[in-house]
Write a protein that binds this ligand. Structure first.
Ligand code: SF4
Length: 261
């Protein structure tokens, strides 16, 4: 998250319009000294090229689309709760009818009680507008709810990529397997949680070979330390970066192979 802003700073004006970002913390994204009306009107003018009556009409629509009301337009960000501020940030991102919205952990700074409402809002906006999300999150439950395709990253490398269903149903990359073992199951069945030992290495100075080898519970030997595995297509559209063949991962990860908790 923290690394995202500088990397996006050099975009052209058209890219700025096409790609918008909703940050983790709406406080740092909204100008504190302006009213919500000013913040959204400015975005509609700059990103949507609107003025006068057209701007007022669109402002009203935009405010309704994120389930805010006129009452919220007169106030400044600090007078709103975290969830309401995030709605303003989302409205601003949609002001220019973007093609892609990068959602960088958009609910992780919010109270658990309002997280679901914001996710529902994002899902709703996506189904109504012609927009794609790049949704960055550590919360696999949230990722599953919103994503069509999932990329699992470790130290900035894609370890697994595929349709959401395939990534969740497996076979999994050993890192994905460990992440999924920590997610509570809806059917309340228990499975052994895989704990990853050791510190996360620095992305600037990653381990040799497979970057996950210093913590991988399924490491198979020296090859993991010396050779970086390729991203291999295990099944159509589903790729995994691991020296263990796909069929072997499937065998190792069968539910019967998991020790009870
Ligand atoms: S290549 Fe080796 S260390 Fe890397 S994920 Fe596969 S088994 Fe683990």
């Amino acid at each position: 998250g923290r690394e995202l802003a500088p990397r996006l700073a050099n975009r052209t004006e058209d890219q700025v319009k096409a790609v918008q970002i909703v940050f983790q913390n709406p406080d740092s994204a909204l100008n504190r000294s302006h009213s919500i009306r000013h913040i959204l009107s400015r975005a509609l003018k700059r990103l949507g090229g609107l003025t006068g009556k057209a701007l007022d009409t669109r402002l009203e629509e935009l405010v309704r689309s994120v389930r805010l009301t006129d009452r919220h337009l007169a106030v400044k960000p600090r007078q709103l709760s975290g969830g309401l501020k995030q709605r303003v940030a989302i409205a601003r991102a949609f002001a220019g009818e973007p093609r892609i919205v990068v959602c960088d952990e958009p609910t992780s700074a919010l109270d658990v009680s309002v997280q679901a409402a914001i996710l529902n809002l994002l899902a709703d906006l996506q189904s109504k507008q012609d927009v794609s999300y790049i949704f960055i999150s550590h919360d696999l439950g949230v990722v599953r709810y919103l994503s069509d395709k999932i990329a699992v990253l470790y130290l900035g490398r894609i370890m697994e990529f595929g349709p959401s269903e395939a990534v969740f149903s497996g076979p999994h990359h050993p890192y994905t397997e460990a992440l999924l073992s920590a997610v509570p199951k809806l059917d309340r069945t228990e499975s052994a949680r895989i704990r990853l030992d050791g510190e996360i290495p620095s992305a600037a100075n990653p381990p040799t070979g497979c970057v996950f080898h210093t913590r991988c519970p399924r490491k198979i030997g020296a090859i993991c330390e010396t050779q970086e595995p390729e991203l291999i297509e295990a099944e159509p559209g589903h790729t995994i970066r691991c020296h263990i063949p796909f069929e072997e991962l499937a065998r190792l990860q069968k539910p019967t192979a998991v020790e009870p908790a």
